[in-house]
Design a protein around this ligand. Sequence first.
Ligand code: NDP
Length: 247
Amino acid sequence: MTDNITGKVVVITGASSGMGEATAHDLAAKGAKVVLGARRTDRLETLTKEITKAGGEAVSVSTDVTKLEDVQKLVQTAKDSFGRVDVIFNNAGLMPLSPLESLRIDEWNQMIDVNVKGTLYGIAAALPIFKEQKSGHVINVSSVYGHKTVETGAVYCATKHAVRSLSEGLRQEVKDYNVRVTVISPGAVDTELTSHITEPGVGDTVRDVVSKIGVPAGTMADMVAFAISQPDNVDVNEILFRPTVQP
Ligand code: NDP
């Protein structure tokens, strides 16, 4: 299972908590060299130390995925540190749910900037390297909400639908460069994601549900490892998972 992971250079955005952090631990333990990006550098430094102490290889770079130059620096650091880049895991995301009529326009912009443009910037940073190498793997994070639209989720769901759409478009374009594209769509996972919901009434309800039914962040790590570990001529196009009890 881990054969096609050992030695791979994996860039992870949103590595400071939740699924990014769990995936960093898991892939490093399986022998990948992980390159970690997020804004909370104190957390990245702790994570890097934990991975190194456990015998793994990790470097971290302060990264705001809404800034193309930050994402380019993250990916270039991976190449400079380890000589190549094998995987970019575009995982950073925000979910401040609210009804459209609340007009939380700053939050709409944040979601579009992080979830959609951040993912595109990851692609933009990695693609030239992948084309030159004639190999690479883009793993993008959508959601169950990239498959359906729910009340208070119009903008978030739109961003996650966009991630699925641009992932499929990318897959069609880069297959001839031997570049794999995977989109992973989680259901409820117990992370900090719901802590950013500011809409009265919505945050507490969602946090209550996720704390009761959410699966651990390591579930995502298992999915990422599954996709990466396939033979190079097998591209896992999409994974959709959710807690068994989630509608
Ligand atoms: P967390 O809140 O634990 O992690 C989100 C990560 O995104 C953090 O590391 C955060 O780092 C990072 N991030 C946010 N904004 C930026 C930014 N501007 N630049 C760089 N990094 C940023 O949540 P999850 O682990 O749950 O989320 C991971 C992904 O999974 C997201 O894309 C989310 O939409 C998706 N998802 C989550 C589900 C769930 O139930 N948890 C369900 C479906 C999808 P920092 O703040 O340090 O920058």
